[in-house]
Write a protein that binds this ligand. Structure first.
Ligand code: GDP
Ligand code: MG
Length: 442
């Protein structure tokens, strides 16, 4: 797959902004990559469309191909979608002791193993007292399995009472957890080979009895599209709070993660990475994104290229400032940087003395809308005018202000700011023969 993609990339070597064709060609391959990684068709289709809208027209970083650039954009978007809201990944709500955690999913997905892994984690990382209860009344071995794991990790299990129904066990677990002073009690439910009504009804009943703080769906990451179907059903009927994706130590490509996230909107909280009790990690969106695309190298390459270019650009600018050259194009670049970074910590911020001035300007109410208007004013100037602002006499000023839909007074303010900044730059350049500035970039 990677080979086919690099083949496509080789064809796209034009530099500059990404054209619609570049994006289309690259995205066609990305779509195949997503499908091969087990992302479901509608999710892949929507995702590719969203990325296409974002990518077209974006500047291509020097020294990478447009195709590579598209992959980077796709990767970033994947991470964005997978990551969801902050604070959701790798955490469980376990306040208000005893906090019930309900584990649901199909048979063999890894519920029992994950129940014990999470109990161990809660115990060791958060110092919680945990009680585990098996509600799997269909396979006596399942109850023993949890008991054995509990002994292994030093976590209590609810004593097994033969003949009880899942709802009875749930009630007993709740009571035992309350009386025994546990912080958390975990309910390991029985699975079925496929989704059926009896299973759902049973889980629903247990949920009603215990009102869990977390209802975690445990799914086998190797099952791909089936996992999505499972997630959709459980979330629709029971309502889940998060997903644990197991068997990610296998060679599954992880596409299920994206589909489940897209279809249910619920976070993937943890991943299982083996049979051992320590083989559980919090979910890392970047890793899965890299795995889905199978192109971690390209992403790193593009990131590196972008960093280098930004550093080069800064170096070049500072050299020019030292010579007292600071024209309207430079000003515009500064303004755009401020906009991008949401503040004045642009190249200015890298220069001693300038950071302070930047802060003053910002404190004086220099906000985003002003920056936008100022950029519009610069855009309204001709090339010559930008290179040499001294040309700006009354008639030109009128034309420029009108072009930006603004008052001449605002343009005058901008010009004044430019003069002040240019002066400052010049002074800084002379000071210490520019040594100071050079140091600032390092
Ligand atoms: P349950 O039926 O949902 O309770 O599934 P189990 O917890 O009994 O797990 C079924 C099998 O999958 C067991 O042999 C587990 O050791 C294994 N298993 C669970 N999670 C993982 C995982 O993350 N990686 C691997 N390789 N095996 C796992
Ligand atoms: Mg089980």
């Amino acid at each position: 797959l990677s080979e086919r993609l690099s083949g496509v990339f080789d064809k796209l070597t034009k530099q500059g902004a990404l054209s619609e064709d570049d994006v289309k060609t690259a995205l066609r391959e990305v779509r195949v990559a997503l499908l091969e990684a087990d992302v479901s068709l509608p999710v892949a289709r929507d995702f590719v469309k969203a990325v296409g809208d974002k990518a077209t027209g974006q500047a291509v970083t020097k020294s990478v191909t447009p195709g590579q650039q598209v992959v980077k954009i796709v990767h970033d978007e994947l991470v964005h979608v997978l990551a969801g809201d902050e604070g959701e990944i790798g955490t469980l709500k376990v306040d208000n002791a005893p906090a019930p955690i309900l584990m649901v999913g199909l048979q063999g997905g890894g519920k029992t193993t994950t129940t014990a892994k999470l109990a161990k984690r809660l115990k060791e990382k958060q110092g919680k007292r945990v009680l585990m209860a098996s509600l799997d009344v269909y396979r006596p071995a399942a109850m023993d399995q949890l008991k054995v794991l509990g002994e292994q990790i030093g976590v209590d299990t609810l004593p097994i009472v033969p003949g009880q129904k899942p709802a009875d066990i749930a009630r007993r677990a709740k009571q035992q957890a309350t009386m025994g002073g546990y912080d958390v009690y975990m309910l390991d439910t029985a699975g079925r080979l496929s989704i059926d009504d009896a299973l759902m009804a049973e889980v629903e009943e247990v949920k009603a009895i215990t009102t869990p703080r977390e209802t975690l769906l445990v799914v086998d990451g190797l099952t791909g599209q089936d996992a999505v179907h499972t997630a959709e059903n459980f979330d629709g009927r029971i309502g889940i709070s998060g997903v644990v994706l197991t068997r990610m130590d296998g060679d599954g490509r992880g596409g299920a993660a994206l589909s489940m996230r897209a279809v249910t909107g619920k976070p993937i909280k943890f991943v299982g990475l083996g049979e051992k009790m320590d083989a559980l990690e919090e979910f890392h969106p970047e890793r899965i994104a890299g795995r889905i695309l199978g192109m971690g190298d390209i992403v790193a390459l593009v990131e590196k290229a972008q960093e280098t270019i930004e550093a080069e650009q800064a170096q070049r600018m500072i050299k020019r400032f030292q010579k007292g050259q600071f024209n309207m194009n430079d000003l515009k670049m500064q303004l755009e940087q401020m906009q991008k970074m949401g503040g004045m910590e642009s190249i200015m911020g890298m220069m001693p003395g300038m950071g302070k001035m930047a802060k003053q300007v910002q404190d004086a109410g220099f906000d985003d809308s002003i920056i936008k208007r100022q950029i519009a004013l610069v855009n309204s100037m001709t090339k010559k005018e930008r290179a040499n602002p001294a040309l700006l006499q009354a008639s030109r000023k009128k034309r420029i202000a009108a072009g930006a839909g603004l008052e001449v007074a605002e343009l005058n303010k901008l010009l004044k700011m430019h003069r002040q900044m240019a002066d400052m730059m010049k002074k800084m350049g002379k000071m210490g023969k520019g040594g100071m500035l050079k140091q600032a970039v390092k």
